[in-house]
Write a protein that binds this ligand. Structure first.
Ligand code: 5GP
Length: 191
């Protein structure tokens, strides 16, 4: 069992069968040593793909994405959740929020993704895949390439992983959750 998996079992809380609370170490209070380890894991996995930029979604993807960008020695670009699309010079796409249940506009200045760039998308969770797919759409609007998607915690029983696999995206998840039934966190065994 890896560092993140052990931490999830120690400090994660299954709020219900769909939502894992990790706000003591990942997305509210943040453990920098764990983020450093996560960044290094993504660096080791994706280093061979000549990544030009790491892209994440505000706000909970920022901590792991920043360490990943640091190790890859490339900039980090944070996609913004905006209420209004009435802005010029931005790429924008609508995303359905897993945790809030509403739609938001994901936006990015056209200045910061260039045609042909190799992009690595990093996010904290993969559930239905809406956030990651929204980020992919933004990258595609800029005619850049999604070289991979790095996920800290994938809930493998939800549809996101299959959606990304069906698009033949290169997905690397550091912890895969099999279920959160009755308050018990089950980690998917590696084969
Ligand atoms: P998706 O777009 O894949 O359905 O959901 C991914 C986004 O929803 C992530 O960026 C994350 O912020 C949030 N999310 C999804 N599932 C969980 C969860 O179990 N716990 C927490 N804390 N956030 C989640």
């Amino acid at each position: 069992m890896n560092y993140l998996e052990k931490r999830i079992l120690k400090d994660g809380i299954a709020l219900n069968s769909d939502v894992l609370k990790v706000d003591s170490f990942l997305n509210h209070q943040v453990d920098p040593k764990l983020m450093e380890w996560i960044g290094d894991q993504f660096y080791q996995y994706f280093a061979e793909y000549e990544i030009d930029k790491v892209v994440t979604i505000e706000s909970s993807g920022i901590s792991p994405a920043l360490f990943t960008a640091y190790f890859l020695n490339v900039p980090l670009l944070v996609l913004k959740k905006q209420n209004s699309v009435l802005q010029s010079n931005v790429y924008s796409t609508t995303v359905h929020s897993f945790t809030k249940g509403n739609d938001y506009n994901l936006t990015c200045s056209k200045d910061y993704i260039k045609e042909g760039e190799n992009i690595l998308i990093i996010d904290d969770f993969l559930a239905n895949g809406e956030a990651s797919l929204g980020a992919c759409r933004i990258v595609e609007m800029a005619n850049a390439n999604v070289c991979g998607v790095g996920i800290c915690i994938e809930k493998s029983y939800q549809p996101g992983r299959e959606k990304l696999d069906n698009l033949e995206l290169r997905v690397y998840s550091l912890a895969r959750i099999e279920s959160l039934e009755k308050g018990k966190i089950k980690i998917l065994e590696k084969i």
